[in-house]
Write a protein that binds this ligand. Structure first.
Ligand SMILES: [Zn+2]
Length: 338
């Protein structure tokens, strides 16, 4: 069952104003492998080329960037949601819901800029979901920026914790869950909710069903389909056994460290180490698993070689390394060691 729905009145007012936006598909899909930054901002595409990577995994379009200690943001444009804000790339500014996993700077740096840019562009204030414990500090941040900038940018900051669902619209909820990382850290699942008429009522007429509803009878079953789960920075942990995580159609997990002498760093910082992946892959049923948050200490080519040595071919098939792209999509390769 779903948890508490927060701030229902507010949510409906958001979805009303944004309803059309949510259902709108992008006018022009970026063909796989095509450089980003070619749509919109005509005449500026070269100078303003996006630094985000775009991939469609399991039918879900992801736009993002994720390198450990540098920046992590993962946008699901068709669902109008971003996981973390990174340094607030321009693609994130028009996204109405930001799920902030934790307060580390590489995930949270762009928060004030996000609110300020929306204000500047005349867009309604965005909504940020963050752990309850982070909310006062985020509010302070906006106040401090108000003193610097001369005015406070409006923002809607909603505190959440595990299983405190946020109803994004009638058929989609954001479900937070606790992961294993220092400080208050949450992952988030995007769960599609469908209502299906109970089998015993399928032969009834619309009028009869309406009458039953009026009499207080529950006539529908609730069906939950976990579409995307974003597991934030985290060591592997019990959250992987949650149904909406392990069955997510697309599961986004970190794997920060790959080198034999990086195991201690991984354990100290509560990050995932490459040797944790076989267990992780056994534990979850997701057909599509996206690896993010790699360290620049390991080039992507080397990471792929380690993975090929370690994992079964069937598991390799399930994996997508988010930052692994053909050269034309990027100005520089994350292969370059920092
Ligand atoms: Zn991080």
């Amino acid at each position: 069952m779903s948890g508490m729905i927060r701030d229902r009145h507010q949510i409906w007012s958001i979805t009303e104003t944004l309803g059309t936006r949510y259902s709108r598909r992008p006018k022009k899909r970026n063909p796989a492998g095509a450089p980003l930054g070619k749509t919109g901002f005509s005449g500026h595409s070269d100078r303003m080329a996006s630094r985000l990577i775009e991939k469609t995994v399991g039918g879900v379009r992801l736009q993002g960037f994720s390198l450990a200690g540098e920046e992590t943001i993962m946008i699901v444009p068709e669902m109008n949601v971003a996981f973390d804000i990174g340094r607030a790339p321009r693609e994130a500014i028009g996204i109405d819901h930001i799920c902030l996993s934790h307060g580390h700077m590489d995930h949270a740096a762009g928060l004030a800029y996000y609110f300020s840019q929306r204000n500047f562009q005349g867009t309604p204030p965005g909504t940020v979901l963050a752990h309850h414990k982070l909310v006062p500090a985020i509010e302070d941040l906006l106040q401090v920026w108000g003193r610097i900038e001369g005015h406070v940018s409006p923002g809607r900051i909603i505190g959440v914790d595990e299983d405190e669902d946020f109803q994004l619209h009638r058929s989609l909820v954001i479900r937070p869950f606790r992961v294993s990382h220092p400080g208050p850290t949450l992952g988030f699942s995007l769960v599609e909710v469908r209502k299906k008429l109970k089998p015993e009522f399928v032969s009834l007429s619309g009028q009869q069903i309406a009458d039953l509803k009026r009499s207080g009878q529950i006539v529908e079953d609730r069906l939950e389909i976990p579409r995307v789960a974003f597991c934030s920075d985290s060591a592997i942990g019990p959250f992987l056994d949650r149904d909406h995580v392990r069955n997510a159609e697309v599961l986004i997990v970190e794997c920060t460290f790959f080198e034999p002498d990086h195991l201690d760093r991984a354990r100290q910082g509560q990050h995932t180490y490459i040797d944790d992946l076989p267990q992780l892959l056994d534990r979850v049923r997701s057909p599509h698993i996206v690896l993010m948050h790699m360290s620049r200490r390991t080039g992507i080519g080397a990471a792929k070689r380690y993975l090929r040595r370690l994992l079964k071919p069937a598991d390799l098939e399930r994996l997508t390394i988010f930052m692994d792209l053909p050269a034309p999509q990027r100005g520089h390769r994350p292969d370059d060691k920092a």
